[in-house]
Design a protein around this ligand. Structure first.
Ligand SMILES: NC(=O)c1ccc[n+]([C@@H]2O[C@H](COP(=O)([O-])OP(=O)(O)OC[C@H]3O[C@@H](n4cnc5c(N)ncnc54)[C@H](OP(=O)(O)O)[C@@H]3O)[C@@H](O)[C@H]2O)c1
Length: 322
């Protein structure tokens, strides 16, 4: 790996001194990033639609999104991605001024043209690679979450410095931050969600269904399909896949992993999904689905909730614990 990794010592966050940083959206990421950046010594205000009370209880000055936009030098856009375009149009865009910096936490809306930051503002990205809960917990322990920064448009000449300073304020340079593009951050995230989350869940379901169809007790199939994975993922992350496979599991398991595992995976399908993601097909399908009120997802949620595997899971957790 010869990529440039930014750590605390490489980043001067004093560029944020005296600046007003408005966290727009006080949800999972907004709450964590606001708390961390405040604890790092910077001036944070919150721009929020429905969480003003929550933000005030946490000791922040809370404003409407329009007011926070006017007061800010730097905006951290921490709104849920589908909520961003209408809020941007109504409450943010009319109040922007030249020289401000807009920092997103996911590149989707910029990459796919749903939000266009005016060219006399900086447009950048900072993403910690974890949900807000972990971003906060790690910070409080003196640690940080690996993250990335990107600059889409540099109006003032210091957009990268500002994005890196924000990543330091939130604690990510304690672990390491890399620079990439809006495109890679967005498509990488969308690709991972399809392949890893989508693929792992499909595997668990296939494992459960095959065992039950062949007469296994559902509780046994459920334990095999889900619970067994839980502990091994952490071990593989901590010591590496090879150390786990050759030393952390049984020799039968090693043989099963090495000889049969690859047969389960369809690499052609993975490459096809990567290409579709790069060509914007995934984003187009998702935006269409969202605009229509998510009919496919509503239908699939109903089927999923009533499935044998889910019913078994509910009973399983009651009988055998979480
Ligand atoms: N969660 C993660 O694991 C994670 C990780 C990395 C990056 N990100 C990125 O961080 C950003 C924020 O994500 P999040 O997970 O923190 O989102 P979230 O908690 O689901 O929502 C964030 C805030 O968006 C506003 N919001 C949500 N739905 C709305 C609606 N229908 N109408 C109006 N406002 C709405 C609310 O702001 P108010 O409460 O202030 O009104 C809400 O608190 C996204 O760009 C996401 O891709 C998330």
């Amino acid at each position: 790996m010869n990529e440039k990794i930014y750590r605390d010592a490489d980043v001067d966050a004093s560029i944020l001194n005296g600046k007003v940083i408005a966290v727009i959206g006080y949800g999972i990421q907004g709450k964590a990033q606001a708390a961390n950046a405040r604890d790092s010594g910077f001036k944070i205000i919150i721009g929020t639609g429905r969480s003003a009370e929550d933000a005030k209880e946490d000791g922040f000055d809370a404003y409407s999104i329009a007011d926070a936009t006017k007061r800010a030098d730097i905006l951290l856009i921490e709104l849920a991605d589908p909520a961003q375009p209408p809020i941007w149009k109504a409450d943010i865009a009319p109040h922007l001024r030249a020289g401000q910096t807009v920092i997103f936490c996911h590149g989707f809306n910029v990459l796919y043209g749903q939000i266009a930051v005016p060219k006399d503002l900086n447009s950048a990205l900072f993403v910690p690679n974890a949900p807000g809960k972990f971003v906060r917990e790690k910070y409080l322990k003196g640690e940080g979450i690996y993250g990335c920064v990107a600059v889409d448009h540099d109006a003032t000449g210091d957009a990268l410095k500002i994005a890196l300073a924000i990543s330091k304020a939130v604690g990510s340079t304690r672990a390491g931050v890399v620079e990439m593009s809006f495109q890679h951050e967005t498509e990488g995230d969308n690709f991972e969600e399809q392949i890893l989350y989508g693929g792992a869940i499909a595997l668990m379901k296939a494992c459960f269904n095959t065992m039950v169809e062949n007469g296994y007790p559902p509780s046994f199939a459920y334990a095999k399909a889900i619970r067994s994975l839980r502990s091994v993922i952490d071990v593989m992350d901590e010591i590496g896949i090879e150390a786990y496979v050759s030393g952390g599991c049984s020799r039968t398991c090693e043989f099963a992993i090495r000889t049969r595992g690859p047969r389960v995976i369809n690499e052609d399908a993975i490459r096809q999904i990567f290409a579709e993601t790069e060509q914007g097909e995934f984003a187009r399908d998702w935006m269409q689905e969202f605009a229509l009120g998510m009919p496919t997802l509503h239908r699939m949620r109903r089927t999923g909730a009533n499935s044998r595997m889910e019913q078994t899971g509910r009973e399983w957790r009651e009988k055998f614990g979480k």
